[in-house]
Design a protein around this ligand. Structure first.
Ligand code: NAD
Length: 464
C-alpha cells in the first residue's frame, strides 16, 4: 500500500486537472479512474466526440450549401457514417492518450478501478485500500432521464448512445432544447435526419439571454430543425414497427395530447451528479436536495479532508468550470489560496453559428433593478463575417449605465466561443466597455464586431 498526499477520484476535466496541478505543486498524487481511458465524460463521450461530429457534419453543410456560392463546383460529398465515427473515435483516442502521457510526465499514479471512501484518509480501489492525507471527489455527472422514459442506448438514447448510433436515423426526436439537444440535433439535421425538438419551456437554451434564445431558434429552424415548444414529454413507447418509437407529449398551453413517431429518441433533459458507490452516506458527507455534494468556499465537504469539485457539486455543469475548480482545490490542498471567479464563467453552444455568453443576461439585470446600457452590433456590418456567409448574428455587450463597467456579453455568430474570451479577460480586469472600444482590433477579423459592440455602448459603432 502506498501512502499519498492526495487521491483524486475521477479523471474527467475536474479530476485530471486537479491531479496535474497537485503533482506540479509537489504533492504525491494518485487519481482513481474506472473507465478504460482517462478524460471522463468530456473526452470520452461528451465535449470532444460531439465536436468531432459537429465539425464533420458542418463540412458537409458547407459543401452542400456554400461551395457553389464560391464557385466550387462538383458533387457534394456523401456520408460514410462508419468512417465518420472512426474519425471521431480517433480524435477521442488522441486526447485520452494525451492525458495518460501527462499523468506519466507528472508522476501521477493512475489507480485503475472504481473508488470508494471507507473512512476519511482512505480510498479503496478493488481490494486495495490506499492511505492519503486528502481526498478530492471529482466524479462528475450522468444523464438524467424522465419518468416513463427508459434509456436503452439503442432506440432511446442519452448523449452517449447518440454518439455511436449504428446509422443516421431518418427521424430523430430530441427531448430538451438545451445544449446537448441543440448540438446533437444539429449534427443529425446536417446529416439528413428529420429532427424534431420537444421542449418543455416556451423557449430554447434555458438561462441564456432572451434575444439570443429567439435568434438561435430561428437560425436552427432555417437549418431544418423543427421545434415544438411548451411540450411536456410524458413518456416514450418503443415499438417493433418501422418507426421505432412514439413520444407522448402534452402541449402545456391547452393540455392537448400528441404523439411523435421517431426512429431514435435522444433524451437531453439535463444531467445529475454522479456519486454512486463512494460511500458518502456512511461518511456523513452532506448532499443538497438535488444530490450535489455540499462544499464550502474552499471545496471542503462536511467531512474534513474530503473535498469535491465539478459536476458533483453546485454550479454550471461545464468542463471548464470543473477545470478551474480542479486547479484551485489543488492549491488549497497544497496550503495556498485557490480561487474561482464564478461571475466570469463563459458558456458556449457549438452549433453553427456558435452561441456564447458570460456574466449577466438582460433579464437578470432587470430583475436586479440595475441600470445598464446595451451595445449591440450585427455581424452584417463585419466584413470578414460577410465573406464567409456568417453575417447572421450579433454581439451584445451589457455595461453599467453609470460606470460603463462590463456586466455581461452574449454573442451569436462566427467563432463566438473564442470571441467571448476577450470579454472574459476584460471582466476579470474590471474593464469598462470603453476599454475594449479603445483597443485596436485587427482588420478584417470577427473580433471587430466585439469592438463595435463596445463602441455602441458609447458614441456609437462605425459600421452600422
Ligand atoms: P440542459 O439543462 O441544458 O437542457 C435540458 C432541457 O430539457 C431544458 O431546456 C428543459 O426545459 C428540457 N426538459 C426537461 N424536461 C423535459 C420534458 N419532460 N419535456 C420536454 N423538455 C424537457 O441539459 P442538457 O442539454 O441535457 O445538458 C446537460 C448538461 O451538460 C448541462 O449542464 C450542459 O451545460 C452540459 N453540457 C454543456 C455543453 C457545452 O458547454 N457546450 C455541451 C453538452 C452538455
Amino acid at each position: 500500500m502506498t501512502s499519498y498526499d492526495v487521491i483524486i477520484i475521477g479523471a474527467g476535466p475536474g479530476g485530471y486537472v486537479a491531479a496535474i496541478r497537485c503533482a506540479q505543486l509537489g504533492l504525491k498524487t494518485a487519481c482513481v479512474e474506472g473507465r478504460e481511458t482517462l478524460g471522463g465524460t468530456c473526452l470520452n463521450v461528451g465535449c470532444i466526440p460531439s465536436k468531432a461530429l459537429l465539425h464533420a457534419s458542418h463540412q458537409l453543410h458547407e459543401a452542400q450549401h456554400n461551395f457553389p456560392k464560391m464557385g466550387l463546383k462538383g458533387k457534394a460529398p456523401s456520408v460514410d457514417w462508419k468512417a465518420m465515427l472512426a474519425y471521431k473515435d480517433d480524435v477521442v483516442g488522441q486526447n485520452t492518450k494525451g492525458i495518460e502521457f501527462l499523468f506519466k510526465k507528472n508522476k501521477i499514479d493512475w489507480l485503475k478501478g472504481w473508488g470508494s471512501i471507507p473512512e476519511p484518509g482512505k480510498v479503496k480501489v478493488g481490494d486495495e485500500v490506499h492511505e492519503t492525507r486528502n481526498i478530492i471527489i471529482a466524479t462528475g455527472s450522468q444523464s438524467s432521464s424522465l419518468p416513463g422514459v427508459e434509456v436503452d442506448e439503442k432506440i432511446v438514447v442519452s448523449s452517449t448512445g447518440a454518439l455511436e448510433l449504428p446509422k443516421v436515423p431518418k427521424k430523430l426526436a430530441v427531448i430538451g432544447a438545451g445544449v446537448i439537444g441543440l448540438e446533437l440535433g444539429s449534427v443529425y439535421a446536417r446529416l439528413g435526419s428529420e429532427v424534431t425538438v420537444l421542449e418543455y419551456l416556451n423557449h430554447v437554451t434555458p438561462g441564456m439571454d432572451g434575444e439570443v434564445q429567439k435568434t438561435v431558434q430561428r437560425m436552427l429552424k432555417k437549418q431544418g430543425l423543427t421545434f415544438v415548444l411548451g411540450a411536456a414529454v410524458q413518456g416514450v413507447e418503443t415499438l417493433k414497427t418501422k418507426a421505432k418509437a412514439k413520444v407522448n407529449y402534452t402541449l402545456r398551453k391547452d393540455n392537448s395530447e400528441h404523439q411523435l413517431d421517431a426512429d431514435v429518441v435522444l433524451v437531453a433533459t439535463g444531467r445529475r451528479p454522479y456519486t454512486d458507490g463512494l460511500g458518502l452516506d456512511a461518511l456523513g458527507v452532506e448532499l443538497s436536495k438535488g444530490g450535489q455534494i455540499r462544499t464550502d468556499e474552499h471545496w471542503q465537504t462536511s467531512v474534513k479532508g474530503i473535498h469535491a469539485i465539478g459536476d458533483a457539486i453546485a454550479g454550471p455543469m461545464l468542463a471548464h468550470k470543473a477545470e478551474d475548480e480542479g486547479m484551485a482545490v489543488a492549491e488549497v490542498v497544497a496550503g495556498k489560496a485557490g480561487h474561482v471567479n464564478y461571475g466570469v464563467i463563459p458558456g458556449v453552444i457549438y452549433t453553427h453559428p456558435e452561441v456564447a455568453s458570460v456574466g449577466k443576461t438582460e433579464e437578470e439585470l432587470k430583475k436586479e433593478g440595475r441600470a445598464y446600457k446595451v451595445g449591440k452590433f450585427s455581424f452584417m456590418g463585419n466584413a470578414r463575417a460577410k465573406a464567409v456567409f456568417a453575417g447572421d448574428g450579433f454581439v451584445k455587450l451589457l455595461a453599467d449605465k453609470e460606470t460603463d463597467r462590463i456586466l455581461g456579453a452574449h454573442i451569436i455568430g462566427p467563432a463566438a466561443g473564442d470571441l467571448i474570451h476577450e470579454i472574459c479577460v476584460a471582466m476579470e480586469f474590471g474593464a469598462a466597455a470603453e476599454d475594449i472600444a479603445l483597443t485596436c482590433h485587427a482588420h478584417p477579423t470577427y473580433s471587430e464586431a466585439v469592438r463595435e459592440a463596445a463602441l455602441a455602448c458609447g458614441d456609437g459603432p462605425i459600421h452600422s
